[in-house]
Structures are given as structure tokens and as C-alpha cells.
Design a protein around this ligand. Sequence first.
Ligand SMILES: Cc1ncc(COP(=O)(O)O)c(C=O)c1O
Length: 430
Amino acid sequence: MSDVFTEVESAVRSYSRSWPATFVRASGAKQWAEDGTEYIDFFSGAGALNYGHNDPAVIEPLIAYLQSGAVLHSLDMQTPAKREFLETFSELILKPRSLDYKVMFPGPTGTNTVEAALKLARKATGRQHILSFTNAFHGMTLGSLSVTGNAMKRRGAGIPLTHTSRLPYDGYLASGQSDFEWLENVLEDSGSGVDKPAAIIVETVQGEGGLRAASAEWLRTLESLCRRHEILLIVDDVQAGCGRTGSFFSFEEAGITPDIVCLSKSISGSGLPLALTLFRPELDLWEPGEHNGTFRGNNPAFVTGTAALKAYWADPTFQNFMGGTIAHLQRRLDEIIGMVDGASQRGRGLLAGVKFADPNLAQAVAAESFRNGLLVETSGSEDEVLKIMPPLTISTQDLDAGCDILAAAVREVTSSATDDQAGEHSLVDA
Ligand SMILES: Cc1ncc(COP(=O)(O)O)c(C=O)c1O
């Protein structure tokens, strides 16, 4: 059907192709389309809506701010909204975790914080090379693409993506051999011909690249290798951070302290664009204005970010609630995985995945789920993993309703695949 979206908007659009609905309203874990259809949201704005849609605790302070005549746009000038955000982030997030980080506001998106991190690592060490991991995803600008795995996205750069190399992510090599053995050896061998990198950038759970989750032990080994060789460790927590895996930072479970941390997506608590780059104070080597940008001081995002931190991270209640949600989702996923031979679990916390033996199944299940009122996407270079990412605030009732749709979709898709096979046999037999 021809409409303004197909006629005027670029062919690059993608989500609107998988979910050809026009969304008019959203609340909590639900969205409604123009034709009145209700959808349960297991997508959460790709991690930008961890507290669901239009949470009153976040939206009411924003409405009051907008009506007050306060400053909306301010580059990196000082405003009370920025002051309160920095104070709250420091008091509720950094200090309780004994994290001594400077806070930088790069541009407002995930790829902006990754670019700032890579630039800072090169500046601080005077080295050029960056190591990242197989199937990593760090964003679409050239620096971020250079540490991203996906071949189709990398081709989009149109130029060689240089000064980076890939290491095997946890679980990538079936051999069971240590993922870091080669690196350890070449770094210690002055004849290896391998220059020491400035930094290693890692996601603790690969949000876009197939939802592999690194074990706590693997992350600790990586941190210790970086320390011994004076390589900076960057954790890209753009997708796995802000509570997604059950704690505010996804690396807390492993007990590691990265040198640089990238945050964006849900840090504004509302879906408004905002990004932070956090780093050890000794790394704060920027000249004033050396890395700037027009949209760093997003005051409405500071207001909603502050409100979300106060509403959810002032005491352990929310984290305990999330623990219950994670356990419940796990039970429901176990049931779904048990329905399909060869299916296995991926991900961690509420960044969960199901990998099917048949790589086409995940997309078929996501499409069938959409037809039945559930937004759920896929992950991986071949879209081979079903990605389940409900709001962290979802009620058990909505979580169950979404899981019921998912289970029915898996049943439908696998039984029609079996019917097709049976049909093929009978044709051949005939
Ligand atoms: C781990 C990670 N880093 C960076 C990005 C890029 O963020 P943005 O799309 O806001 O540029 C993403 C986006 O999905 C991501 O998952």
C-alpha cells in the first residue's frame, strides 16, 4: 500500500517494515495503533524505554519543566536541570558503587558516547589500535562501525575501517580454549609484530549481535589482562546498562571496574536522547571544547533522567522487584525453549534471547507474534535469535500475556513448519 511513509521516507527505514502499524498511544508495557490494536511491548525502544512508556513519575516533572519557561537547549552551559542530574547521578549511582568517574556529555546518542570513548582512549595512551569482539555492535558512525562486527553494516561505511581488530567473544570458539591465550602471548612477545592496543571495548551482553552473554569470570580475566598490559578497558553499556541485566551497570555482577563506560538509551528514563561517557579522573585529558557538539545539554532529558533515578534507584526496592521479574521470565522462557528441539537460552536478566537450531525460526516467531499483538524483535547477523526485552517495570500480568503470545507463536510456526515438511513428503511419495 502506498502512503507517505513509503513515498517520502527513505528506504533505510526498517522497524516500520517489520511492524507496519502506526502507533498513536503508549503507556507502560503497551502501545496502541491507529486502528485500535493493542500491542504488548517486549522491545522497549531497543532499550531506550527501560521504565516503559510515559511513566508518570518521569513525565510529570517533564511537563512541569516545559510549562515553567526554563531553558530547553543549552549546549554544555550550566542549568539547574544539569546540576540536579549530575548531583543525583553521583549520589544514587556512582557513590554507592564506589565509582570515581568524571561525567562527559558527548552528543545525545549511543554512537556518540562510543566515538568519545575511542577518541579518549587513543589520546590518553598515544596508541592507535582498538580491539573489539566478534559480533559486537557499537553504532553506525565510522569509529563505532570500525569496532562493530556485522558485515552489512560495515560495508555501509564505504571506506576501509582501520586501526581495529576482533577477538573471539566468550563462547565464540567451540574448542573451549582460552579466548585470551593468543593475545596474552603476542603482547608478551616483542617479536610478535602485534602493536599494543589503546583499548579493548566490550559489551557484557551482545544486544544486537546475537545476545551472547559474557560470564563474570571471562570479564574478570579480560579486566586483569587489560590491567597487566596497561590497556584501557571500555564497557559499552549503552544497551545492557541502566538496569537491563538486573543491576544499574551490567558489569556489577562481575565486580570489574572499567576505565571508560558508555551509557545512553535509558539514561534519560523517558526515551529522550541523552548519552554519557564516564571515565577515571586521570583520563580527563580533554582540552576545553576538543570534543563538542550542539546537542549535549538536553535539559528535558536531564529532567526525566533525574526523575527516573530518584523513582527507581534511591533504594533496593526496584532491584528486588526486577529480580522477581527476571526469575518469572526465566520460567516462561524455559517452557518455550522446551517446546523446540535444539533451542537454547541466550542473554542475561531482562536482555534475554532464544536461539533456535533453525535460523529462520526467530524471524517467523517475531512476525507471528506481531500479528497477535506482541512487539518482539530478533538479534544476530542473520536475525537468528529472538530478543525478549520487556520494560523493567512490567507487571506479571503483562509479562505473562506477552509470553503466552510468544509461546502460541512458537507453537504455530513450528507446527506449520512440520506440516510443510509432511506436505513435501506426501508430494514426493505421490
Ligand atoms: C551496545 C550498543 N552500543 C552503541 C549503540 C548505538 O546507539 P545509538 O543507536 O543510540 O547510536 C547501540 C545501539 O543499539 C548498542 O546496542
